[in-house]
Design a protein around this ligand. Structure first.
Ligand code: PPS
Length: 400
């Protein structure tokens, strides 16, 4: 009754369904939720209207899920995971999950923040998301108008939160200086202003959930960086087998022997079909901007359609020339399956281009935080292209 051994906590719309299905090929790994990917047990679905309680759900039934998973396979030699991508953004979940099992290992998959936001927006525009009340709030919005409205709300919210920061206190200065060595989180060193700022992002599943840094630090504060494995979506796209091995090794699970024909190159839960039952190969996907269509809200032409330059702004799958897909320097093995390695900080003056530029500016300090942690050695280097795309300084080359 110790609860799961590991978690894949998100980010939502970062490719977690594909990662889940890759991992489920390994007989030494199982899910807590009887073949299904997600429990949303302590987080709820993340919808603002979700009636599920946050973190005060009964604990025992959750523990029982792991026991049942082991019994079903009739073995104790099994690592059981919860694959709810809503856990990353749930502020009280890290502390709750640590109380359940302090040795839990935590896997995180991070995608280009703007591409993730577009993917989530598009998912919520689909007819099958009708039951999600968030869809109603989007009814009269294109991506452009939504960004304009929601970014203003989030900026106001985080500006207010910052007024509650106690960064001037000697204790806070000490903690800030400790940096990566002493990550802080909810109930674990955050002051009220940091809590409030994180709430601003936690309540916004489209734009806010692409602000990864505070959520990541919140988990590191509870579990420590060593118990966490951060991975990047472009790496999984370029070399899914390398990502799978990295997770198996991190979990200490034996490596699964894949069928030689199994290249792990089907993508699940894509823009074409938001289910697990209709996998797609990357080359068969419509570019994200094309899928968005009229929901984008104004390309260079001012109409619904986007120009090629607009489309490339949010393409992280190498489907558009000049798109932003690029693998990270730390784990990319270049398996030659053709993922784009171009990097582009392209821009466009269209309404869509301006919305993307505003988002990039908003996310930039949080993306910078990922590079800072990477430079401190606590997480792997994010994809180098993110530096150019988010206007961050290029990494200094060692002299000589
Ligand atoms: N292997 C691989 N590499 C890179 N990207 C991938 C991969 N598999 C899926 N995808 C894309 O990830 C999006 C779905 O993410 P999730 O499965 O995490 O979504 S969900 O949180 O479960 O709803 C969805 O993004 P969009 O198509 O842009 O919407 C998928 O196409």
């Amino acid at each position: 009754m110790a609860g799961p051994d590991f978690l894949l906590i998100g980010a939502q719309r970062a490719g977690t369904s594909s990662m889940f299905l890759h991992l489920m090929k390994n007989p030494a790994l199982a899910t807590v939720s009887n073949q299904r990917k997600e429990t949303h047990y302590f987080s709820g679905t993340g919808s603002r209207w979700d009636p599920n309680p946050l973190c005060d759900n009964e604990v025992e039934p959750y523990l029982r899920l792991t026991t049942i998973a082991r019994r079903r396979r009739n073995t104790t030699n099994l690592q059981v995971g919860d694959f709810s991508p809503t856990h990353l953004h749930c502020l009280c979940c890290a502390a709750s999950l640590r109380m359940i099992n302090r040795n839990m290992k935590v896997v995180v998959l991070l995608r280009d923040p703007v591409a993730r936001a577009v993917s989530k927006f598009f998912q919520l525009k689909q007819p099958h998301s009708r039951w999600w009340p968030e869809q109603q709030a989007l009814e009269n919005h294109t991506f452009v108008s939504y960004v304009e409205a929601e970014l203003a709300v989030m900026r106001r919210c985080s500006d207010t939160a910052r007024r509650f920061r106690s960064s001037a206190s000697p204790r806070s200065r000490l903690l800030a200086a400790a940096g990566a060595a002493m990550p802080r989180g909810w109930g674990a060193g955050w002051d009220m202003g940091q809590w409030m700022e994180a709430q601003c992002y936690a309540r916004s599943s489209i734009l806010g959930w692409s602000v990864y840094a505070p959520f990541l630090e919140n988990y590191a504060a509870q579990f420590g960086w060593r118990q966490m494995k951060v991975l990047y979506t472009p790496d999984m796209l370029a070399a899914p087998n390398v990502t799978l091995r990295a997770v198996e090794d991190f979990l200490g699970a034996p490596r699964v022997r894949l069928h030689p024909m199994d290249k792990l190159d089907f993508l699940f839960n894509t823009r074409e079909c938001h289910f697990y039952t209709c996998p797609r190969k990357r080359g068969r996907l419509k570019p994200l901007a094309e899928a968005l269509g009229a929901h984008a809200g104004g390309g260079a032409s001012g109409g619904g359609g986007l120009s090629a330059a607009d489309a490339a702004l949010v393409d992280d799958m190498g489907l558009e020339s000049g798109g932003l897909g690029s693998t990270s320097s730390s784990t990319s093995s270049g398996n030659g399956n053709g993922a784009s390695t171009s990097s582009s900080a392209s821009s466009s003056a269209s309404p869509f281009g301006q919305a993307v530029a505003a988002l990039r500016q908003f996310y930039a300090p949080h993306v910078q935080q990922l590079f800072t942690w990477a430079d401190q050695g606590v997480i792997p280097q994010p994809p180098p292209a993110w530096r150019a795309v988010y206007g961050l300084p290029q990494q200094q080359q060692p002299a000589g």
